[in-house]
Design a protein around this ligand. Sequence first.
Ligand code: PLP
Length: 463
Amino acid sequence: DHVLSEADPEVRAIIDKEKQRQFRHLELIASENFTSRAVMEAVGSHLTNKYSEGLPGKRYYGGNEYIDELEILCQQRALAAFHLDGKKWGVNVQPLSGSPANFEVYTAILNPHDRIMGLDLPHGGHLSHGFMTPKRRVSGTSIYFESMPYRLDESTGATSLLGYIGLVKDECVDMFVADSKFALLSHTGLVDYDMLEKTANLFRPKLIIAGASAYPRDFDYPRMRKIADAVGAFLMMDMAHISGLVAASVVADPFEYCDIVTTTTHKSLRGPRGGMIFFKKDPVLGVDLESAINNAVFPGLQGGPHNHTIGGLTVCLKHAQSPEFKTYQNQVVSNCRALASRLIELGYKLVSGGSDNHLVLVDLRPLGLDGARVEKILEMASITLNKNSVPGDKSALVPGGIRIGTPAMTTRGFTELDFISTADFIHEGVQIAREAKRSVSGSKLQDFMKFVASPDFSLMDRV
Ligand code: PLP
């Protein structure tokens, strides 16, 4: 602190403000967490000074004796943290983050314009799984590969009624949904595996991607494996959001069924910002994944590894094998269930009706609200979460829901009761948002903001 405050007081001040913000807010962004001091110490260490292109024992520069020791330890801990047999699985710990890791896999096993299928972004998938709109190939993945997304099942007992009204006039659907006590309108919100199967049989992708940024349920890996096998596709899981839960065995294990598993390291895993790629050691569909993936990382798409990140990751992966980590991940899931139940009690509609993991997706459209309005109002109240599209949104520009995650506040010591209070606070914010929408005077909102500025509201005394 002392050195930075002297060398660059401006940057020191910004860091201090950000640290305060992180401590003052209820941090509910599902992809964020608070890493440990030990991890941050490694990330802020001398490891940042060293170039080490290549892999341990095969570097392009000298002086890598200790960097080799570190990267080998990191690989060993990565395999151990995910309960993998080093004879069957290998790992590359150099990807700079989640999106590069995914693109490195595509570069390794696909040719330009090969076909891929990932979960559509408006249905919870990630940009890097091939997002495109009818007008634009948004993600680089969709520029270089042909992408045919699969989606969630939106069907319900009331589909035909909704369809009928939809035919009459779009706005009718709006009014109907906004005003509706017809819970039947809720969609199943689960991946539509039947449709994925049918589409895969026609589209014949070379790669099927499981994994999501906003999906509250486990993927059905056995089913996806079958679909991939039937069309001769690789099956990859991007477990970025749930890798901590996978390490603690509190959700289904993707390694049993997938050929390749990618992850970020900074979400539920609670490490530094980075990425990893796990691959089967035996050839798959005639491809030696180990050399293809290692070559795609370097020299394909990256230069020198970020050794300071690998240092932090190695520390994180030691934590990830501890009993405390398992307790933490169990608490993440219990907290999410408590949050989901309370929101349902309060009358909210959750996509898929609940959660198996660390996040819930709340569909605000039955209340006549969009996610952006609620995100904004809650931000004023020191509650940080994000607007999120929900299945059935007519426009990606007006996301109809919010995503709420439990990993970060669980790290801060929140238990079920705290998440019940959190649901109540969110509910209060939503009510304000509804009144603001009906453009009631600002005074109630001002009272609310005064209330949330008080220490009670931000729960500072609890964490
Ligand atoms: N994959 C998934 C499922 C994600 O949710 C994210 C980020 O949110 C990524 C990949 C990309 O990670 P990064 O932001 O580190 O590139």
